[in-house]
Ligand binder design. Structure first.
Ligand code: ZN
Ligand code: ZN
Length: 389
């Protein structure tokens, strides 16, 4: 298995990440082996306030209005919604209770351990835990902040909200109808049968993302359960961070945008994979979880389209299925082997004066042409993704 080969390359990282706590946890993207510092406090929670766990009640602003007003507009039932405000996010949730399994992903245990600091009586069983609606929104608070910490560390971005005017707003609905009303009233997107990200442009500008668990369960490539929903949410929150980085005044190349989305989604879990094409149909090549083998086969047969032919395309919908999968692998390879150069390339996107092309940005950051980058990536794939037998 290719993953086994990769793990062989990283024994030091895994060992040190596990040695302190006895379980795996996320590490700093620029400093392998160094634990990632996840800051999810201080926080405010409407349910914690109701239960007296937080002394003072307050009203969190959502969609530029008090949360109670938004709940009325969305016709949410009293007691069915919870709002949590964290250092970088405001999350509204109507998600129901769900089982979370340790085998769902490498960070589940570490996140549940963090959840214990919010709910001291919360217990983790041998295979995971059953989370009620309240515990679940706090788990997403932790997951969103872990993603933020990783991306901010990768890009060495210390500005508030990565440069945006306010916290990232996240709407996690149980039912599609609730999500639909929000999109209809505040975003205005014809197709909302998947998650919908949006840039709210009036000052102070901010990024938002809304989705519904019932819809993700129905979508091709999606499915039921917390693991796949988590992958979908993280994929899209990664889009928001990549766009929000440097205050969002430009488009991100399709391959980089989707590459980052898939990279962060597949770090969480590999069972389900979200595709953000307008048609919402995942490519046939990448329906199964093992993408390494598919990409290895494509490269072996010379079916890996040269990156220089498609790297300037801005819309993910302009990429073919093969290119979409390749984007994931190229981004993963760059982030995990050359994080500093990767960030240099990403930062070049924000050079509004020169408006460099993708080819120029790659040359600027890596010091070689896109053709050479593609060649290096191919060589990596043939080694790292090769079947062990
Ligand atoms: Zn709470
Ligand atoms: Zn996407």
């Amino acid at each position: 298995m290719p993953r086994a080969a990769l793990l062989l390359l990283l024994p030091a990282l895994v060992a040190s990440a596990q040695s302190d706590k006895g379980y795996e946890d996320d590490t700093h993207p620029r400093s392998p082996g160094t634990p990632l510092e996840v800051v999810f406090t201080p926080y405010y929670c409407s349910r914690c306030a109701e239960e007296g766990k937080i002394a003072e009640k307050k009203s969190v602003q959502l969609m530029r209005r008090p949360m109670e007003e938004l709940a009325k507009i969305l016709a949410l039932e009293e007691g069915a919604w919870i709002v949590v405000e964290t250092p970088h996010y405001r999350i509204l949730s109507t998600l129901k209770a769900s089982k979370v399994k340790l085998k769902d992903g490498p960070f589940v245990r570490a996140d549940l351990e963090r959840l214990k600091t919010i709910f001291p009586k919360f217990a983790i069983a041998r295979d995971g835990a059953f989370l009620d609606a309240h515990e679940r929104v706090h788990l997403y608070q932790i997951r969103a902040e872990r993603l933020y910490a990783h991306f901010a560390a990768l890009t060495d971005n210390k500005t508030p909200w990565l440069g945006m005017g306010g916290p990232y707003e996240v709407y996690l609905f149980d039912d599609y109808a609730e999500h639909h009303v929000l999109v209809d009233k505040f975003v205005g997107r014809a197709n909302d049968k998947a998650g919908v990200p949006d840039h709210q442009k009036e000052a102070p500008n901010y990024m938002m993302f809304t989705t519904a668990e019932s819809q993700v369960a129905r979508n091709p490539g999606g499915g039921k359960g917390d693991a796949i929903f988590n992958g979908h949410v993280i994929h899209n929150l990664a889009h928001n961070l990549a766009d929000g980085h440097g205050n969002y005044h430009r488009e991100t190349w399709g391959w980089l945008e989707e590459g980052l989305g898939h990279y962060y989604e597949r770090r969480e879990q590999e069972k389900g994979n979200t595709f953000c094409w307008s048609e919402g149909r995942p490519p046939a090549e990448f329906l199964k979880p093992d993408w390494e083998s598919v990409i290895y086969g494509l490269v072996r047969r010379g079916r890996d389209d040269p990156l220089s032919q498609w790297c300037e395309k801005l819309q993910p919908g302009q990429l073919s299925g093969i290119q979409n999968g390749m984007s994931w692998s190229i981004v993963k390879w760059m982030v995990e082997t050359e994080p500093i150069r990767f960030t240099k390339m990403l930062q070049k996107l924000d050079d509004y004066e020169n408006k460099p092309s993708c080819e120029q940005s790659i040359e600027f950051a890596f010091g070689v042409s896109t053709t050479v980058i593609h060649q290096r990536w191919r060589e990596y794939v043939l080694k790292a993704y090769a079947p062990t037998k």
